[in-house]
Write a protein that binds this ligand. Sequence first.
Ligand SMILES: Nc1ncnc2c1ncn2[C@@H]1O[C@H](COP(=O)(O)OP(=O)(O)OP(=O)(O)O)[C@@H](O)[C@H]1O
Ligand SMILES: [Mg+2]
Length: 492
Amino acid sequence: MTFQKLVEFKNSVEYEVVGYVVGESKPYKAEILAFRPLAMGEYLYMEYHGYRVLAFVATSITGSTIISRDLIDPRDVERLVKSVRVGERLFYHRGVVKILGSVNSDGYKLQIPSIPPPPGTEVYKAPKTVLESVFSPRKRNYVGVGVLLREPEVEVKVNINKIVSRHLGILAMTGMGKSNLVALIAKRVEELGGTIVIFDYHGEYTSLKNIVLIKPVLDPLKLTLDELARLLNIPRNATRQRMVLKECLDSTDFGSAKEFFNSMKRCVQGRIARYGASAQKVLDSLNVYEGFLKKVLKEDTGDVIERIAIGSINVVDLSELHLNHADAVIAHWLSRLLEARKASVWSNGEKGFPTPLIAVIEEAHVFLPADDETSTKSSASLVVREGRKFGLGLVVVSQRPRGLDPTILSQLGNLAILRIVHPEDQAYVARYCEPVMQDVMEELPGLNVGEAILLGEWVPIPAAAKIDLVSEKVSGMDIDAVAIWGSYLNKK
Ligand SMILES: Nc1ncnc2c1ncn2[C@@H]1O[C@H](COP(=O)(O)OP(=O)(O)OP(=O)(O)O)[C@@H](O)[C@H]1O
Ligand SMILES: [Mg+2]
């Protein structure tokens, strides 16, 4: 904000003193005694030591020393409330604010001053002009996702580039608007000509406009040995079984043979003489799993990378798959995406997948669990570690954050946290997500559907936002069982 603008603001009606800094403050935190109740998530503004600082109400308390909890007769309260004199204050309003950063002349790169606000500092309601300069930058890489929760006239924009380079976690209880936010981000990415791939385990993104629906089939000959071994349930330490599998993958002429399973079985059968029980085990696995695997393995389907429509919302429909298969499909996609991006970067766009892109994993506590090893977890770990350099951003969506792999969680540079009530989930997020603030965590149960705290590098400072509703995304709504029962019987 320029000095001129600051003068304008001080003369404007927006200029409301809400209270004063009291007690002890720290560079990033202060306590306020206010004239009115403070709203959680409300933005405040202070000036001290030459800094012009934005702060965020993290805790809001209203109390009374007169109507104290030591009273023992409710009639005393009645008497006190009735006999209050004009102008006399029965309550105090306090708040703890998080200092978000100092607004400088070029707007939105905020840094926390090294000095705490001195007690007695005037605290204002943050003026709209300041908030707009921070939350709605007019830059191409910033896209609108909603409005400020406590200041609905101010649009909240997020930096899409940061999702690609620093990944994103969308965490909340069920039904709070995670998938709606995914749908919104997908639309915004598409509007920018970007590419996004959503692994849709519940088949809920199919109602979005302009999507490219991708069947979850994989070409068996494009799988790595490890991927195939996992699908056949061959353990990692079963070296001889893997050897059989590898020899057959390398030797059999699958190119012309359309029948992967038959060719494979023929080949493995031929190795029994040499590998004995190990080959027999592989053969057994092929026989046992053939029926299941035919759902995901289809000859001649080619490389998954070639099925992505550039500049579109690509939805890989996993809704009919068993969990293990969905795991194999996501894992294969992620490793191919990373390889293809690496190839592109290393060949200057000659090979691989030509543009940066974003991949979304729903139900991440299932595919990226804390207490189990899945194929998706190994691929996703690589993506969160290396994706930044190669332009592959990962969006991790979960309703059970405490079930998420902590290593992956701690590497998510951006977060959207909607309503979370379970204390263990809150504690887990606070522990593994570095930028999260403990006080804000305590307020998460107070959020409503579609209300989110946005944290990390994709926002200039933490934002409490009301996310826009994507009206065309119809599924995800709670089922009205009572209405369905009624209409079903009426029809009969
Ligand atoms: N930003 C929003 N504004 C208003 N309503 C919303 C918003 N986001 C979601 N909703 C409502 O909440 C419902 C559930 O949203 P959504 O499917 O996104 O939740 P979810 O967190 O993905 O749930 P689940 O954990 O079950 O996948 C939506 O159908 C919609 O009616
Ligand atoms: Mg959902």
